[in-house]
Design a protein around this ligand. Structure first.
Ligand code: ADP
Ligand code: MG
Length: 386
């Protein structure tokens, strides 16, 4: 228990006169392996010490009251009805998860709940996946459904895909649910096999700089990238091997041999995906032997690929990366997540972080007029009942 969980426990008790179960679920970062999840590649996320907290207990009625501390809103819910809640988008993330249990023929005991958290919302640290994961975990526990963590992960992803209409991959929920303190998780997005790697950063820390922007290109460009990758994969299946499972596993030599036949833009997208998957696997080897310098260089190389070949960066992200990557106290810097805004992820020596942040804030404000936010995070355990 900590201050936040004590606070919502008390709020729940004051509102419903009963003690709730408290579930905590983490946000996530992804160190390397960007835009490869939907191409069947490997990603390297970690759950972080910023969490969503859910206080929950059966309502003993056909309805339930759901309260959001952060949005200062509440809503009465009739269970078994799955309609959009346009005034309460936050509650749709909970309802979408409930719906997935119903879709599996599992009737959920109606519940009251209170939600809060300290994950910056909408900054790319996956506060939405943390909320869905917490709800899925809590419902499974409260109803004794006995579903595995992997099943709950898929359920949470489907909730976001189907009810929220967001075509996200599985990484965010996977990291939120399976995270482990002092570790990153190497996830094979094709098979969902995973392996924990110890993350020993020594004097360095994971630091996120938040651009404070979210350009509305995100959704449309995301769908375009998916189509371009599908076009590339279809080409390699037709001309090289129809059994190749995904784009990430296409050998670079096939790509290079196809330059004159592929649309140049599709060529660049494929080059990024194939190189990123290989870079990610080699970065894991760096981690294994404690070679943080080479690991960091690969992070920055990922940014170059995302900027020049995959073209999902933006001027604010590029500015933040360009301003820091060459500093000797910075191991690596890159945009993180879908792109067109959100945060950069950086590995920075602990004793210079405050100074660097102060300098960068001034430059960023001059350039964009935006106050730069910074989050320093450490790895944490995945979803748990407190
Ligand atoms: P992110 O990158 O943080 O996942 P999204 O736009 O995908 O950004 O999800 C953010 C949305 O998730 C919020 O606008 C809200 O609807 C919901 N959400 C996340 N955290 C909370 C919370 N603590 N309380 C209520 N709703 C939340
Ligand atoms: Mg999200």
């Amino acid at each position: 228990m900590n201050v936040i969980s004590e606070k919502i426990k008390q709020l729940f008790f004051d509102t419903f006169s009963t003690n709730p179960t408290i579930v905590r679920s983490s946000g996530r970062v992804n160190l390397i392996g960007e835009h490869v999840d939907y191409n069947g590649g490997f990603v390297l996320p970690a759950a972080i010490d910023k969490s969503t907290y859910l206080a929950i207990a059966p309502s003993n009625a056909e309805t339930g009251k759901w309260i959001s501390v952060d949005f200062e809103k509440s809503i009465d819910i009739k269970f078994g009805v799955f309609k959009p809640l346009p005034q309460h988008r936050w509650a749709e993330y909970i309802l979408g998860v409930v719906e997935q249990f119903y879709k599996r023929g599992l009737q959920v005991i109606p519940f009251n709940c209170v939600v809060t958290g300290d994950i910056p919302i909408g900054s790319g640290l996956s506060s939405s996946a943390a909320l869905e994961s917490a709800v899925a975990f809590a419902i499974n526990d409260m109803n004794g459904f006995g579903m595995s963590k992997k099943e709950l992960t898929k359920l949470a992803q489907q909730a976001e895909n189907e009810f929220m209409g967001v075509k996200c991959g599985i990484m965010d929920m996977f990291a939120s649910i399976h995270g482990k303190e002092n570790h990153v998780l190497r996830l094979d997005c094709e098979t969902l096999d995973y392996e924990y790697f110890p993350l020993n950063l020594g004097d360095y820390k994971i630091v996120l700089f938040d651009t404070g922007v979210k350009h509305n290109l995100v959704d449309s460009e995301y769908n375009v990238r998916r189509l371009q990758c599908e076009e590339g994969l279809a080409f390699f299946r037709k001309h090289f091997d129809e059994t190749i499972p995904n784009l990430s596993q296409v050998p670079l030599a096939w790509l290079q041999a196809s330059r004159s036949q592929l649309n140049p833009v599709v060529y660049n997208r494929c080059q990024y995906v194939i190189e990123e998957n290989q870079r990610m696997l080699s970065a894991c080897e760096d981690l294994k032997v404690g070679n943080l310098r080479d690991f960091g260089i690969k992070l920055t190389a990922t940014h170059e690929g995302l900027r020049n070949l995959y073209e999902v960066s933006c001027k604010e992200l590029d500015f933040l990366v360009d301003a820091v990557w060459h500093e000797s106290a910075v191991l690596g810097s890159r945009m993180m997540g879908g792109g067109f805004g959100g945060c950069t992820i950086n590995l920075i020596k602990a004793d210079v972080i405050d100074d660097l942040y102060a300098r960068l804030s001034i430059l960023y404000k001059e350039k964009t007029g935006i106050d730069l936010k910074m989050y320093s995070v450490v790895t944490a355990n995945g979803t748990e009942i407190l």
